[in-house]
Design a protein around this ligand. Structure first.
Ligand SMILES: CC(C)(COP(=O)(O)OP(=O)(O)OC[C@H]1O[C@@H](n2cnc3c(N)ncnc32)[C@H](O)[C@@H]1OP(=O)(O)O)[C@@H](O)C(=O)NCCC(=O)NCCS
Length: 197
């Protein structure tokens, strides 16, 4: 299968979560964690202001579909039982030809340690592999970001590379660790119930 496009029906439901596009009503909840320096330490963005969040909501985060390579889909992670927005998760579509993508996730520290990041990231892997038809999805992290490495390992992603001091990141050299999973590996670990006999 060759990637065509991804047009999910929202909300995407998992055992405990709803994944859905972010809206202006999420501003306060987003600010609660995206403005925190500790949350931003190993991610590309700087602590966000309400203005930056407002701008993102009308630009990068306004996408609800993936229609071509180079695009990304950011979804809010809402706890189904409480309706609280506890984080967000992203799927990048890097290459149509190579059928490659990438995942990322951020969870409010008030809600970490509950498995929400892993549960949401698994849903994004499912979208990427089963619905978009990607062949390979990667996760790229700073080596010091151990909670994030644990998320990727829990998902069953394989550590493939350690790139020593390959980026000058926020004023210091960052050693990048790359994880990956192939479509075959995903379907073996997470069979699609709708496709079984
Ligand atoms: C990376 C990040 C998302 C990890 O969050 P997290 O809460 O540790 O990850 P999960 O949501 O998967 O939760 C897993 C933890 O919950 C625990 N847990 C508790 N109840 C659970 C349940 N019902 N199901 C699964 N795990 C559960 C697990 O044991 C695990 O703990 P451990 O990592 O100490 O072993 C978070 O630290 C974060 O947002 N950091 C800042 C942003 C960032 O760096 N993002 C990644 C960029 S590469």
């Amino acid at each position: 299968m060759s990637p065509d496009e991804l047009r999910p029906t929202y909300p995407i439901t998992t055992e405990r979560l709803l994944l859905r596009p972010l809206t202006a009503a999420d501003t306060e909840a987003l600010l609660a964690y995206r403005s925190r320096p500790d949350v931003c330490r190993y991610v590309p963005f700087l602590p966000m202001t309400p203005e930056v969040i407002a701008d993102r909501l009308t630009t990068y985060w306004s996408a609800t579909d993936l229609t071509d390579e180079g695009q990304s889909l950011t979804l809010g992670i809402e706890v189904a039982e409480t309706g609280q927005l506890v984080g967000d998760v992203i799927l990048f579509w890097h290459s149509r030809k190579h059928r490659g993508g990438e995942i990322g996730y951020v969870v409010n520290p008030e809600f970490t340690g509950k498995g929400y990041a892993t549960e949401a990231a698994l849903a994004m892997l499912r979208l990427g592999f089963e619905d978009l038809g990607l062949h390979r999805i990667v996760g790229r992290i700073d080596e010091r970001n151990e909670p994030s490495a644990r998320v990727l390992r829990r998902l069953g992603m394989r550590q493939e590379a350690r790139l020593v001091h390959n980026e000058l990141f926020k004023g210091e050299w960052s050693t990048e660790v790359d994880f990956a999973m192939l479509a075959d590996e995903f379907s073996a670990r997470y069979p699609d119930p709708s496709r079984s006999a």
